[in-house]
Each structure stands twice: as structure tokens, then as C-alpha cells.
Design a protein around this ligand. Structure first.
Ligand code: AMP
Length: 288
């Protein structure tokens, strides 16, 4: 196994990518915040299926955390991450410093409307501005043929698709399915914050989503199903930020024109905030 080449600067990353391009290789980028798990590794495998030169970026992006959030506590283990990526024969790891990504005097933003409205933005109004600027910078640094993002962060994927189209960034955005634990909980770096009791409780999230989706697809009115799902989560000990049905393509409220939908949830267990989402097929009788 060859250790991936670690790039700490944009200039060094570009040099590695230019050499791969000169050798006729396609380039894939997988942006992450590290603390890698099987969910991230599935994105790397999807990237590998599309490209001969795979770069994984590991950057805990300060601009997507509010001062009250877990930026300092966010799990960081670059060595363990690099070893996992070595096993997948990843060619490059981009590990920039905060100063490399945000030079002294940094004063530029990317603001996205459309799919960023509501859901995550209600409790985390800073979040998509932070994601949009850092992903824009990562894509401009690497100019990959394809970049892979998880459906686990479904609204983020929709926001990335939106600004990549709007800004004309010449990279294909590939969405990859959510990888789950045996009990259905979506894998997340933040699951490490859960103690044993909270970890057991957390499985209620995928259970509530699955049950609600079966009822909505059978034609029950979404409003009452979602109210019951919210109550079930609250009874289980969650503080629910949202449980909402949205158009799968635009993330606008579901309407008669919606071909398919997505049920999205964010809920807190103590100080740990978990998000998840699943696909919802249009009921034979239409949306109720
Ligand atoms: P993060 O490190 O949490 O910023 O996530 C980096 C990328 O991995 C994002 O595109 C996430 O959507 C994706 N991701 C995180 N968890 C999962 C999962 N359980 N399944 C699939 N993709 C995931």
C-alpha cells in the first residue's frame, strides 16, 4: 500500500493534480471534515469508480460552525484518517490549515437561496454560507471532474448542486446513498458524542422516518403523520428541530407537481444534534 500524498497547500494540491491530469487520469474530490467512518469511505469508493486519481479533503471548516457549536470539540484524528484512506489506495489527501483556506483579511462570501431556505437554516443560519464558500474554494483549488457528497446531508447536497450550476463550476456533483449502522442510525462523526443510552435512543430516528414514510406512501395525510412522528421523537427524549416533507429535487414544500419527496429530520439528544432523511415515493392517490 502506498501512503497518499498529503497536500497542505493549494499550490501543492494543484501540482499533484496537474501531474495526474498530464498522465491522462480523471480527478475526483471527496470533501470531508475528517473523523472518517464507513459513510465517508463509501463516497471514496464511489469516487474511485469514476476517477483514477482520488483526492479526499479533510478540513474542519470554522465558517460553518456558530460560536456556540462544537468546532473546538469536533473529533480530529488525521493519522487514523490517512491510514483508512491508504487502505483504499487514495492518491491524495488535502489537509489545509485554516490560514491556507481563509487568508488574512478574508472578506468574500457565497450566498445561496433556493434549497438553503428553511430546515437546517432555521437553527443554523450561518451554516450554508460556510459550506458554500468552503466547497467553492475546494472545487476551485482542485477543479475535479467529479465531486462526491453524501445524501446523509441532503439539503447540503441540494445547495451544492445549486451553486455549482449557478456559478458554472465545471465539476459533476455525485450524490451517494446514506450508510447506516445495523440498527438503522445514519453513520455520523457526531455519533461518537452519544453515550450508550443515547446511542440506543438514537435508533428511534430511522424508525420514525421509516414508519412515517410507509404511512405517507399509503395515502395518509402527511400533516398528521408528521405531527405524530414529532410527538414520538419528543416522547423518546429528543428535542425536535424539524420533521418535514419536501420536494426531493427543489426542497420546496411538496406540491402536486412533486414527482418524489424527501422526509428530513433534525433532532437533539442532550447536546448532540442528529440529522437524517429518506426518500418518499409519490402515493398512488397523490400527495395528501
Ligand atoms: P462530514 O465529514 O460530516 O462533513 O461529511 C463529509 C461527506 O460525507 C458529506 O458529503 C456527507 O454527506 C458524507 N457523509 C457523512 N455521513 C455519511 C453517511 N452515513 N453516509 C454517506 N455519506 C455520509
Amino acid at each position: 500500500m502506498t501512503r497518499p500524498r498529503v497536500h497542505e497547500t493549494v499550490a501543492d494540491l494543484r501540482q499533484g493534480i496537474a501531474a495526474a491530469r498530464a498522465a491522462g487520469r480523471r480527478i475526483a474530490l471527496v470533501p470531508t471534515m475528517g473523523a472518517l467512518h464507513e459513510g465517508h469511505l463509501s463516497l471514496v469508493r464511489a469516487a474511485r469508480a469514476r476517477a483514477e486519481h482520488v483526492v479526499v479533503s479533510i478540513f474542519v471548516n470554522p465558517t460553518q460552525f456558530a460560536p456556540t457549536e462544537d468546532f473546538d470539540a469536533y473529533p480530529r484524528d488525521n493519522e487514523a484518517d490517512i491510514r483508512m484512506l491508504e487502505e483504499l489506495s487514495v492518491e491524495g489527501v488535502f489537509l489545509p490549515s485554516v490560514a491556507e483556506m481563509y487568508p488574512q483579511g478574508f472578506a468574500t462570501g457565497v450566498t445561496v437561496g433556493g434549497p438553503s431556505a428553511g430546515l437546517e437554516s432555521v437553527t443554523r443560519p450561518h451554516f450554508f454560507n460556510g459550506v458554500a464558500i468552503v466547497v467553492t474554494k475546494l472545487l476551485l483549488a482542485a477543479l475535479p471532474d467529479v465531486a462526491v457528497f453524501g445524501e446523509k446531508d441532503y439539503q447540503q447536497l441540494a445547495v451544492v448542486r445549486r451553486f455549482v450550476t449557478d456559478l458554472g463550476i465545471p465539476t459533476e456533483i455525485l450524490g451517494a446513498p446514506t450508510v447506516r449502522e445495523a440498527d438503522g442510525l445514519a453513520m455520523s462523526s457526531r455519533n461518537r458524542y452519544l453515550d450508550a443510552g443515547a446511542r440506543r435512543t438514537a435508533a428511534l430516528i430511522p424508525q420514525v422516518l421509516t414508519q412515517a414514510i410507509a404511512r405517507i406512501e399509503a395515502g395518509e395525510p402527511a400533516a398528521s403523520v408528521l405531527a405524530e412522528g414529532t410527538a414520538q421523537l419528543a416522547k423518546g427524549g429528543f428535542a425536535v428541530d424539524y420533521l418535514e416533507l419536501r420536494d426531493a429535487a427543489t426542497l420546496a414544500p411538496v406540491g402536486p407537481q412533486s414527482d418524489s419527496a424527501r422526509l428530513l429530520v433534525a433532532a437533539r439528544l442532550g447536546s448532540t444534534r442528529l440529522i437524517d432523511n429518506m426518500a418518499v415515493a409519490r402515493p398512488a392517490s397523490g400527495w395528501a
